[in-house]
Design a protein around this ligand. Structure first.
Ligand SMILES: *[C@@H]1O[C@H](CO)[C@@H](O)[C@H](O)[C@H]1NC(C)=O
Length: 466
């Protein structure tokens, strides 16, 4: 199917785009930081192995293998934008050198790709299978902390292994490996992930904001498959689905990453000695994210990532869920919720992919005395009508904002159905496409969660498969 949106909504909303890119780019670069900061220890009794550092061949000028880049030692490297060096101390970051091996030399560090308060993240080579991986090394204190977020690793393990034959398995990030590493600053949890590409914002950029419709549909279908896998095979509710948690897989990663390593060798500070016990030596290494590898195929593959705030079906770890703009009505009103919350968020994501702008903007209050929640409810009512009685009754917060008739208590002048999704879509895609897409979105944007379609049903929807 050809794409009619070349002159679509993006071009009429250049300010949205500029803002979007400005937000997206730093976000992408820091993704691993925010992601990792939530990965906290699991029980030390779990069957992880303890290894010690096994340095692997340091780069030399005497014809080392092509995959081993030179390391540029920069005497005046300004590392003010890197991790806090006072935390190269007991309980802090593990001092890593380019070329270090982990887990008995299996994972060889090639480059630093990010850091967060509780970890550093490295591009490493898994020399057993000749693949690049992302290696997250947690600080000693977060490894030892025993904080209550054992869960992310358990969630990741479940997502890795629940049912590898499920068609959605490959569309969800999994944990390739995990182990302990002991160094001068303590014991560190290490997590190994597939090396992934940029999020689907990068795709919007690549296609000049006019992504071909067959690619949009393929990506949406993959999201539904991944979501069905999480919901039914893993018993996981993601609860933070948004564009930036959908990453492109890398095509042909080995030669491309190798080539980038050769062109952009790691840059490191000279060795220095920590001012804090145990006074170990370390270098600060520059963060060098991968460049944007544009997808060459007609069918780019994606994975849903970040289970950092996910929940078990039937066993919720938290109730404050979802980014506000993508928050489902039941989560907003604190009514009982389960997997359908993800369906609502994905509906918002689909709208964005099609229209290049957010459906809901809770920060756009006409009157600053309205809360963002009231603004969001007002916008929902303008599209979908008053909130149904059943949901008003079951929501703990409903009485803060809503009257019994499902209209807002403190905000007057909201007109139910004043806006129309169908009209918005038809304006850019025509009536026929809007009819088909609305048949899909109409099954997702339903106030009552039990009436929303499931991910499995949606993956089979004709709009995605024609
Ligand atoms: C690790 O925790 C200990 C004990 O709370 C603290 O004294 C130390 O400063 C921490 N180390 C780092 C690098 O944060």
């Amino acid at each position: 199917m050809s794409n009619p949106r070349a002159a679509g909504p993006f071009l009429t909303r250049p300010f949205v785009l500029v803002a979007l890119l400005a937000i997206a780019i730093p976000f992408i670069i820091t993704r691993f930081q925010s992601d990792i900061s939530r990965v906290l220890p699991w029980s030390p009794s779990s069957p992880a192995t303890t290894t010690s550092s096994v340095p692997v061949a340091q780069p030399s000028s005497t014809g080392s293998p092509t995959t081993q880049p030179d390391v540029r030692v920069l005497p005046d490297f300004d590392y003010s934008r890197e991790e806090d060096i006072t935390r190269y101390s007991l309980g802090g970051y593990h001092p890593v050198n380019i070329g270090d091996g982990f887990k008995d030399g299996r994972y060889v560090v090639r480059r630093k790709i990010g850091y967060g308060e509780f970890s550093t993240v490295w591009l490493a080579e898994d020399i057993q299978v000749n693949e690049f991986v992302a290696l997250k090394i947690l600080t000693g204190n977060s490894t030892e902390g025993g904080i209550d977020e054992v869960d992310e690793i358990n969630l990741l393990l479940r997502a890795s292994t629940a049912d590898v034959s499920h068609p959605g398995h490959k569309h969800v990030i999994g944990l390739r490996d995990h182990f302990y590493h002991v160094g001068p600053h303590g014991k560190h949890i290490c997590l190994v992930f597939d090396m992934l590409g940029r999020d689907i914002y990068a795709l919007l950029q690549h296609y000049d904001e006019a992504v071909p419709m067959n690619i949009i549909k393929s990506i949406i279908r993959q999201i539904f498959l991944g979501l069905d896998y999480l919901h039914t095979a893993c018993g996981i509710v993601h609860t933070d689905l948004k564009l930036d948690n959908v990453l492109l897989t890398l095509e042909d990663p080995y030669p491309r990453i190798s080539a980038d390593l050769a062109t952009n060798p790691p840059q490191v500070s000279p060795k220095q000695t920590s001012e804090f016990p145990p006074y170990s030596t370390f270098s600060v290494i520059k963060t060098q994210p991968l460049p944007v590898f544009v997808p060459s195929s007609d069918d780019p593959q994606i994975k849903i990532v970040d289970l950092g705030v996910a929940n078990w079906v039937g066993n919720h770890l938290r109730n404050e869920i979802q980014s506000l703009a993508l928050r489902s009505p039941e989560a907003l009103l604190r009514a009982p919720w389960e997997t359908p919350v993800d369906i609502w968020s994905v509906a918002c994501v689909i709208y964005y992919l099609m229209m290049g702008t957010e459906l809901f903007n809770p920060w756009a209050q006409e009157d600053p005395s309205w809360s963002t929640e009231e603004e969001l409810l007002a916008q929902m009512i303008e599209y979908f009508g008053p909130v149904p009685q059943s949901l008003v009754k079951s929501g703990k917060y409903s009485t803060d904002w809503l009257a019994d008739d499902g209209m807002l208590l403190h905000v007057a002048g909201i007109e139910p159905h004043a806006n129309s999704l169908h009209a918005n879509i038809a304006e850019f895609y025509g009536e026929e496409e809007a009819d088909d897409l609305m048949d899909l979105l109409g099954r997702m944007f339903r106030y009552e969660p039990e009436t929303r379609a499931t991910a499995a049903e949606l993956a089979k929807h004709p709009w995605l498969n024609n």
